[in-house]
Design a protein around this ligand. Structure first.
Ligand code: ZN
Ligand code: ZN
Length: 352
């Protein structure tokens, strides 16, 4: 093994440098992963340009997959295996950890924000965090395991029944993945609403048919028109704005269910009229956070299975590929939003 590797290292807010760094050293519960693909998450953009990581320098990147190339004695059988990585390292002691709800841990560590992440050639990761990837799933797709698991977790909060009508507000990456999983779970109609024409056009390209531009069409009225006036069985708020929360409340049927997922950009205000919908229709509102990762319920393993079975169609979602050396260009593209993108991915080209 070499002594150094190349990485995109964040030295300060807005100061991401492609540079040589020491090779990670293996702790006893870790393996060395050669990173083949690492996606830029929506959260990486403010992390790099506004908020920074918890300390500097830190290598960002928490959506990734690769191949195990080095292990500790006794773990030799893992060499050569492909894996995605659950990026959260729980404390193992708090109340949430005691019941296996690791995403709710009060004192966690995190690859790519609190400790070095995956915009690098290699990373040392804990064996506990490995999610093995079968040969039929590409590592670029496996690197999207996090948004897929988040989408699965979100819809699990409300539950999708066979033949349901599901409304998804916000056609970003996770909204699109949620739409795919809703279909996979047996929804008969999946409605995608957004105000961004480029996103709606892209959703159409992916094969969705109930596409609503909420600027020109009232989603609740549209959904009534395709459900014999009943409303949707379930709705997912994936935009984080008041108007879409209201649209969810208005769009679901009596006893309908709403999952709230979008990160709010500011205060959320609900009109009196929309609030009445919660009461009158006896709605269930459920928040969703991150994903489930334990032996009994594991959204990550489920996500890989859904990739294997074709429930997720990820090939079109990766709109841009860069090498690590092009990290400046990749983050500029992500930040400026002059060009349409869904998933921007660093691909270790030399290794392919
Ligand atoms: Zn992410
Ligand atoms: Zn904990």
């Amino acid at each position: 093994m070499k002594n150094t590797m190349m990485a995109c290292n964040l030295h300060g807010i807005g100061d991401l440098r492609y540079e040589e760094v020491p090779m990670p050293k293996l702790e006893k519960d870790e393996v060395l992963l050669e990173i083949k693909a690492a996606g830029i998450c929506g959260s990486d953009i403010p992390r790099v340009f506004e908020k920074g990581t918890y300390h500097f320098p830190t290598i960002p990147g928490h959506e990734f997959a690769g191949t195990i190339v080095q292990v500790n004695p006794g773990d030799e059988s893992l060499i050569g295996k492909a894996a995605a990585v659950f990026p959260l390292i729980p404390c193992g002691k708090c109340e949430a950890c005691q019941i296996g709800e690791y995403a709710q841990c009060h004192d966690y560590d995190y690859y790519g924000s609190r400790r070095d992440g995956a915009f690098a050639e290699y990373i040392a990761v804990k064996k506990w965090n490995l999610v093995f990837v079968p040969e039929s799933v590409s590592l670029e797709h496996a690197a999207m395991c996090e948004p897929c698991a988040v989408a699965i977790h979100a819809l699990s909060q409300v539950g999708i029944g066979l033949g349901d009508t599901v409304a998804i507000f916000g056609a970003g990456t996770i909204g699109l993945l949620a739409a795919q999983i809703a279909k996979g779970w047996g929804a008969s109609q999946v409605v995608l609403a957004d105000v961004d024409k480029a996103k709606l056009d892209f959703a159409r390209e992916l094969g969705f048919t109930h596409i609503i531009d909420s600027k020109t069409v009232d989603p609740a009225e549209y959904i009534k028109s395709i459900t014999a006036n009943r409303g949707a069985d379930a709705a997912l708020e994936a935009a984080g704005v008041s108007a879409t929360v209201e649209a969810c409340l208005k769009s679901v049927k009596t006893f309908g269910k709403v999952a709230l997922m979008g990160n709010p950009a500011k205060n959320m205000d609900i009109s009196q009229k929309a609030y009445w919908e919660i009461l009158r229709k006896q709605l269930t509102l459920k928040g969703t956070w991150n994903s489930g990762y334990n032996d009994a319920h594991n959204d990550w393993r489920l996500a890989i299975k859904c990739m294997e079975n074709g429930v997720f169609d990820l090939s079109k979602l990766i709109t841009h590929r860069f090498s690590l050396a092009e990290c400046g260009k990749a983050f500029d593209l992500a930040r400026k939003r002059e060009e349409f993108w869904v998933k921007i991915m660093f691909v270790n080209k030399e290794q392919q």
